[in-house]
Each structure stands twice: as C-alpha cells, then as structure tokens.
Design a binder for this molecule. Structure first.
Ligand code: ADP
Ligand code: MG
Length: 398
C-alpha cells in the first residue's frame, strides 16, 4: 500500500477542514454519560495541529446506530462538551450535519475555531454512501482529513464518498495506525509471535493465513482453540467447534509445519459447567476435558508456556482474549498475558475491540507500542484486504 499524504503535506491555514473522526464513544445507557473518552483523546493530535496551523476545524462522526433517523439520546452535544474540556477550547455544535444552516455555521468560522457537526448517521445517506449526501458534506469545507481509522473499513459517505469532491489526506491517528499495522506485515523484528484468541476460529482464519510468511510463532487460545484441538483428536466437551472450519484448521496446522512456524495450542484449560458469572472453574489437562464442560480459559500451565515463548520475542501481535474475560474467574489467562506484554521490551501491537478494551481497562494502553482504535478495521488490514477509507486518500508520491 502506498504511503498516504497527511495534514502535514497540505496547506491548511485559513482553510475549512472537514475532519472525519471516530467519536463513537460508549455511553451509559441510563445517564447518557460518556464512559470512556479514549477515542476522543486519540484525535487530539490532529485537532491541535490544525488549530496551531490556523485552520477552521469542522469535525464529523457517527455515534451509535440511529439508522437514518434523529435519536435524541445520540446527539453529539455531550461529545462536544467532553472534547472542549480535553482541548481546553470552545467547541460549537449545530443541529444537523448538512444543509443551509450548517453551511452558514461552517462559513462563518474563524481561524482556529472548532465546530462539531451533528451525528452523521441521522441521515440514511451516510451509510448508503449516497453521493448527494457526500456532496452536501463536501460543500462545508475546502479539505478533507480522515482520522477515523475505526471506520476506514466501511465505505460510507463521510469516509469514502466525500473524498471524491475534496483533496483528501490522513490525520495523525490514521497515520499512526497504518504505520504500526504495516510494520508487522512488512518488517517485523524477529522472533515475531502472534497471540490469537477470541470466540471463533472463522473470524481469524484470513488473518492467520496472511501473517504466515512473517510470523515465527502462533499461540492460539480462546474459544477458537477448541476447533484446532478437535482436529488434533482431543475431546473438547461442550465447547463450540466450528465443524465447517475443521478442514481449514487442519490446513493451517499443516501450513505451519511446512513453513517452520510453531503453532502452540493450550496444554491445559479452565473448564466449567456453563459460561456464566456463577459458574465455578476447574483446571484440567487438555486430554481430560469432561464431556459436559466448556473450555472457558487457558490453564496455568498454558499461561506459563505462552509466557516463556513471548519473553523470547522482539515483536508480539495480539488479537482476541484467551478466555471469557468478561467473567472474572475466566479472565486470568488474558490478564496475566496483558501484564506480561505491558512489561516486555519488545514491539507490542494490540488489535481487536475486546482485546483493546481489556488493555484500556487495566490502564496499560500507554505501556504497549500500539493499541489499535479500530477492531474491525485492524483485522481487515492485517488480513491483507484494502480499506476503502484509506484507498481514497492521496498518495504521498502525487
Ligand atoms: P476481539 O474483539 O479482540 O477481536 P473477538 O471478538 O474475536 O476479540 O473475541 C472476543 C470474545 O471471545 C469475547 O467476548 C470472549 O468472551 C470470547 N471468548 C474468548 N474465549 C472464549 C471461550 N473459551 N469460549 C467462548 N468465548 C470465548
Ligand atoms: Mg470483537
């Protein structure tokens, strides 16, 4: 993929700059309070740069799933307030994201002003990538900046459509995401291991296949381990085995062997009668999973095995929790390895929504080399597929 132009490569002084950000923050269901502002914080470098370089900043984002209608609880006002506190500058809002009133507001901005548009998904044109909606957005500005890596895998009006009508460049968060994720596909420092988990093997097969050439070691935990274990002849009790993916899992085991990649599976597990907060766990060897139990987490011996391997690595990529981390008694495998990675002297890159959430919850984000803000987008990128929101940005060479 060609390197993309960024805000540094374009004159922004006095220009109206439409910045697509990912302000899709989690809100408390009852109070509407923002429970995690990390997505807002992640966009501050770009916004500050634009302000410092005397641009007129017009921010736009979606929030939640209003599906093309106005949903009062999903208005952007609380986000504007939070941003204003974080950046210590006024942030104005408008009741819509397109139309004459919004055009007037955008047109009367002074250098260094910040305007946050209303939720893009109040219009069906956003997700439909409708060209007249994209043009209405483009009319507000002179330049388009995409800093919403988390939505770059979706071809919407504000991520793809609008780039047809304005010079389009990347923001700093977008740049950082692309650099970090590209580095593991192109020139990772070896030994390089990928730690993969999560519920289903089907979600991760394309990823595994795409990193085979680079990776030295694959460590597989989580629910997805069950399908691999089954293929190797183990009984996995009530754990989900994706019958239609067994052939692929078998192929992956063979490819690993052929390419000299070690693929390690759990040697013991925390199993349980049910996956519920009341359920008690029990550690068993992988050969002794009872027929009436679920695999809920990797066991202590596996944690030790994976840890030993990870300590040898210069690069570690992690996607997908090792167990049902939402339930404390099944979170140990995931939490111990997060702690290990945070203290490792190596390049550590975290992709995946749940995985990033745990790292953030443990307040260890700053101790990783990079924690991707885009779960789906990072997975797509590492699968070697193109991201429509990135493709439309100007290449550096141009
Ligand atoms: P990410 O969002 O980081 O990419 P995934 O979406 O692939 O991760 O997987 C996250 C989910 O996987 C979590 O909800 C977790 O409970 C589930 N999970 C992990 N291990 C198991 C397991 N052994 N059995 C069932 N679900 C699991
Ligand atoms: Mg997920």
């Amino acid at each position: 993929m060609a390197t993309k132009k960024t805000v540094r490569d374009i004159e922004v002084e006095g220009k109206r700059v439409l910045v697509r950000v990912d302000f899709n923050v989690p809100l408390d269901r009852t109070t509407g309070v923002i429970t995690d502002n990390s997505r807002i914080r992640a966009t501050l470098p770009t916004i500050k740069y634009l302000i410092d370089h005397k641009a007129r900043v017009i921010l736009c984002s979606h929030l939640g799933r209003p599906d093309g209608r106005v949903v009062e609880a999903l208005r952007m006002a609380p986000v504007a307030e939070q941003l204003s506190q974080l950046i210590n500058l006024p942030v104005s809002t408008v009741p819509d994201c397109i139309g004459p009133e919004v055009e007037r507001a955008a047109g009367s901005l002074n250098n260094g002003d910040i305007l946050l548009l209303e939720n893009l998904r109040f219009h069906t044109g956003e997700e439909a990538n409708d060209s007249s909606f994209a043009q209405a957005l483009a009319r507000l500005a002179d330049i388009y900046v995409d800093d919403a890596f988390g939505t770059a895998h979706r071809a919407h009006a504000s991520t793809v459509g609008v780039a047809k009508y304005l010079p389009a460049v990347a923001g700093f968060l977008m740049e950082k995401e692309l650099e970090a994720l590209s580095s593991i596909l192109t020139n990772p420092e070896h030994p390089f291991s990928a730690l993969l988990g999560g519920a289903k093997v089907s979600d991760k097969i394309d990823l595994m296949q795409n990193i085979f050439d680079e990776v030295d070691l694959l460590l597989v935990g989580g629910g997805m381990a069950a399908t691999f274990l089954k293929v190797q002849g183990y009984e996995v009790g009530l754990s989900l085995v994706e019958a239609d993916k067994q052939d692929l899992a078998h192929q992956i085991l063979k490819t690993a062997e052929k390419n000299g990649v070690s693929l390690l599976l759990p040697t013991d597990a925390m199993v349980s009668d049910s996956i519920s907060p009341q359920a008690a766990g029990e550690v068993v060897s992988i050969a002794d999973i009872p027929p009436n139990k679920y695999l809920a987490d990797i066991g202590p011996q596996t944690i030790e095995l994976f840890s030993q391997q990870i300590r040898q690595c210069r690069t570690v990529f992690w996607n997908g929790p090792m167990g049902v981390y939402e339930i404390p008694q099944f979170a140990r495998g995931t939490r111990v390895l997060v702690e290990l990675l945070a203290n490792l002297k190596a390049t550590t890159i975290i992709g995946g929504g749940s995985t990033a959430e745990i790292v953030e919850e443990m307040k260890l984000t700053d101790k990783m080399t990079h924690v991707s803000t885009g779960g789906g987008a990072s997975l797509r990128f590492l699968e070697g597929k193109s991201l429509p929101g990135v493709d439309v940005l100007l290449d550096k060479e141009q």
